[in-house]
Design a protein around this ligand. Structure first.
Ligand SMILES: C[S@@+](CC[C@H](N)C(=O)[O-])C[C@H]1O[C@@H](n2cnc3c(N)ncnc32)[C@H](O)[C@@H]1O
Length: 218
């Protein structure tokens, strides 16, 4: 794993409890996406929550696998589970190499993760992995921080302060750039919008894997 990612993994392990306390609510954009596609309360749906963190989007009423590379984040998901036999099922892994077979998920939720990669080829690899494990016709929602939420002269390679000791690397996307990247990896974008709390806007993309798209692209 390269240095930026190693630092991130360490940082998220260290701030996991504080992160969890400061992120109590799901994003309504995710709630709405899951509801309008009938993914909630549907026994036939298998959902992947990638970059799940402490699992705020892992507790919908459906079968959910939650992946993250921070073991302390995943421990928090386990702690919140009321029934150990039931979902969500936390899986410790790197989003660059998902340990799942091709075409297995009905839907993927990928919130605030892809901006943590410095290299474009890594950001593309995450999208290729999403495409690989998503069923044909499967749907996804993905979000990232938007450069528009920052002062114009903010560099695209940005280190964000969590507290006095901890910083996290962010790549700040422009909306068009993010949309083009997603499309370039063979995922179809259906809705692109900026939304968030106050000035802190995120870029959101809802989309699907075309029924005709080949799974292997690399
Ligand atoms: C900003 S948090 C978002 C958490 C969650 N999606 C939410 O909305 O609360 C980003 C998460 O991505 C995880 N992460 C970053 N890079 C990763 C990678 N290469 N593979 C797996 N997880 C990663 C971090 O450990 C962290 O939990």
């Amino acid at each position: 794993m390269e240095k930026i990612q190693k630092n991130l993994q360490k940082t998220y392990d260290l701030i996991a409890n504080d992160f969890d306390a400061k992120r109590p609510k799901t994003w309504s954009q995710v709630d709405n996406f899951l509801k309008k596609n009938n993914f909630v309360g549907n026994n036939n749906v298998l959902m992947l929550d990638m970059f799940a963190g402490s699992g705020r989007h892992s507790f919908y009423k459906t079968t959910i696998i939650s992946t993250d590379f921070s073991v302390n984040m995943l421990k928090l998901i386990n702690k919140k589970k009321t029934n150990k036999e039931k979902a969500p099922f936390p899986v410790l892994c790197d989003s660059l190499n998902l340990p799942f077979i091709d075409n297995c998920f009905d839907c993927i939720v990928c919130i605030a993760g892809i901006h943590h990669f410095k290299l474009k080829k890594q950001r593309k690899q995450v999208l290729y992995e999403m495409k690989r494990v998503l069923k044909k016709g499967g749907k996804f929602i993905i979000s990232t921080w938007s450069k528009n939420a920052f002062e114009k002269d903010t560099p695209k390679n940005y280190f964000c302060k969590w507290d006095k000791k901890h910083f996290r690397y962010y790549y700040l996307f422009e909306p068009k750039e993010f949309e083009e990247l997603v499309e370039s990896c063979g995922l179809k974008t259906e809705r692109v919008f900026e939304d968030g709390i106050g000035k802190a806007k995120n870029i959101w993309i809802e989309g699907m894997k075309n029924k005709t798209t080949p799974t292997k692209f690399l």
